[in-house]
Write a protein that binds this ligand. Sequence first.
Ligand code: GLY
Ligand code: MN
Ligand code: MN
Length: 463
Amino acid sequence: MTMTPSTYAARRGRLAAQIGQHGIAVVPTAPERQRNRDSDFLYRHDSYFHYLSGFGEPHAWLVISGSGHTTLFCQPKDMEREVWDGYRLGPADAPARLFVDAAFSVTELDAQLPKLLDGRDAVWYPFGIHKGLESRVDGWLSSVRARARFGSLCPEQQRDLCGVLDEMRLTKDAQEQATMRRAAQISAGAHVRAMQLSARMLRDGQQVREYHLDAELLHEFRRHGSQYPAYGSIVAAGANACVLHYRADAAPVRDGELVLIDAGCELDGYASDITRTFPANGRFSGPQRTLYELVLASQEAAVATTIPGARFTDPHEASVKVLAQGMLDLGLLDKDKVGSLDDVIEKRSYFQFYMHRTSHWLGMDVHDCGAYLEPSELGMGSPRNDALTGETVMNRPARVLRAGMALTIEPGLYVRPADGVPEHFHNIGIRIEDDAIVTDTGCELISRGVPVRPDEIEALMRA
Ligand code: GLY
Ligand code: MN
Ligand code: MN
């Protein structure tokens, strides 16, 4: 199911209906970014811009009026530049190809924007995202004001567009879901390949390094048409798994240790985000399996709560409960020191081994946009004293899950050596992360093309 120009036109129509008949929205794409001399980072469009246009060239802007009339500013045709940088759509062909109403060269932006803003009551743009945009808008508004004696009317309000677009993007339509399913399927295949390569190389007596597995992931992503990884892949051998933002590096992958891989491809603008933890040689040791099964049980508890009508925080709370009980049962936490399960949760003693949240929204951005609080209940906060930090925290009702929302479910355990921590668990880091789309009755795990049960992982790695 591919997105067509009419998909984007319909989104612009829905946006226009929300900014008011006399409003106007200005949405730039992302700038090109230099990596080092004469060399840029691979270009990635701005997600808001792409959500509304499907257009992937840099130096482009959308201006959408409250009536839905859309003007695109884009790079002009330039045969000399196109020889170096590639094809440009150009303003002449843009209306037919993108279903916009008008198109200009981006060199016309400063000349046209004051005319487009004239007579509007509010100008909407994404706040705090594009460096220098606020002053650019101020400049256009000054130009409108300067023409007051000719009857120009300057918008009186500047409004943040992010909230409106975040709400739209939070619920994924059927086309978006189809792309996300495909992205997750490709990523799952990449995890399978990395697991199998690790076991095979060790069986063959070869030295394995983290980059061997990283290369396997990239190969699988690209050979299925993914444009790039959705984020920097984590391939963490042994104790490196306890570094939450570790990146695939050159450490040896040793027989007997676990490997944690957190990697997902981006496909046609949509991210996937999968973590698997597996024994490098294909066989879990006793302590590894014990901790793995605890994390898996905590993930199962979280999945069971990922249903429409539940709160965004319910999967996290379900995970924490299982993990904290396991920490007490396995002697990671000393009951005599930390007290009961309720005490561990209340005082957040589990933080020593589980210090991140269980979920985030997933979509065009790996940590996708969307309010984590329920908009209709924003006023219902109550202050709470956090037992771990001593800070006062405002508790507000979390977002209610609805069909079409997409989120990760990713509990973990990270055991750094410390006094009182059983030695056989030292340096084990485990995370299990799947991607879920909320359905009418529960949730669909779209990333289960790579197994998650220990026996299935072992069978796969023997194959
Ligand atoms: N890979 C980023 C995350 O899991 O949130
Ligand atoms: Mn994640
Ligand atoms: Mn991840």
